[in-house]
Design a protein around this ligand. Sequence first.
Ligand code: G3P
Ligand code: CA
Length: 241
Amino acid sequence: MTLIFAHRGYSAKYPENTMRAFREAEKAGADGIELDVQFSKDGEIVVIHDDKVDRTTNGTGFVKDYTFDELRKLDAGYKHKTLLKKEPIPSIKEVLEWLKTNQLQCNIEIKSSLESYMKIEAPLIGLIREYGLSERIIISSFNHYSIVYCHRIAPEIEIAPLYAEGLFMPWIYSESIKAKGMHPNHKVAPNEIIKAAEEYGIQVRPYTVNKEKDMRRLFEIGCSAFITDDPVKALKIRKQY
Ligand code: G3P
Ligand code: CA
C-alpha cells in the first residue's frame, strides 16, 4: 500500500507545521506527517519551514534571532481567519510527546543553515531517542552531509535524501549514503526511476503530490509513499485501489 504523509501536517486546510495541522492529519487517517525543524536563538528545536517567521506568522525576522519564548508568542495561524484560537509554533518536543499517543510515522526534515549544520543533528537525535521514537522517524534533508552525519551518530534511525534534480540511478546514490529511502520532487521521479529504486530495495516517497493525476500515478505503480498537503484527497483516491 502507498502510504500518505501529510506535508507540514494537513496544510491544505490548516496552518502549516502547527499541532492543529498534525492533529487534523491524524484525524483524517494519514499514515504519517512531514515537518521542518530548525534552531531558535536559545537552542530549542522548533517546527517551522522558512528561516524567517514572516510568511507563516504575524512576526518578522529570522527564526534564529528569536528565543523560544518569543517564538511562542507569535501566531502561526494568523492567516487562517476562520480559526478561533492562536496556533503557536511547536517545539519538536511537543510533537514527539504527541507522537507517543498515536502510531503515525514522522518525517523530520532538517532545514540546515550555515549556523545550524552539524549542530542540530545530535540534539535532535537525542530527543528522538529520549522519546523512544527511533523506529517511526525518517530524517530527511536537502543537505545530504546533514543526514549522513545523522546516520553516523544514529544508525538505527532511517535517513532519506531530498532532491529536486534528475539524478542518474539515485537508488545507487541513496544506498551509498546508507539511506533506505529517497525523497525526490515528484517531477523528477518518473515511473521507471521509482520502479527501479523500489526493486533495488530503496523506498521512494516523492513530494509534494497534490494533483489527482499525480496521486493516481503513484498509487498505480505501488510507490512506497508520497508526501501531500491534502491527505483527505489522497485517502479518498487510495480507497479506489
Ligand atoms: O520533505 C518534502 C518537502 O517538504 C521538501 O520541500 O520546501 O516543502 O520543505 P519543502
Ligand atoms: Ca519540508
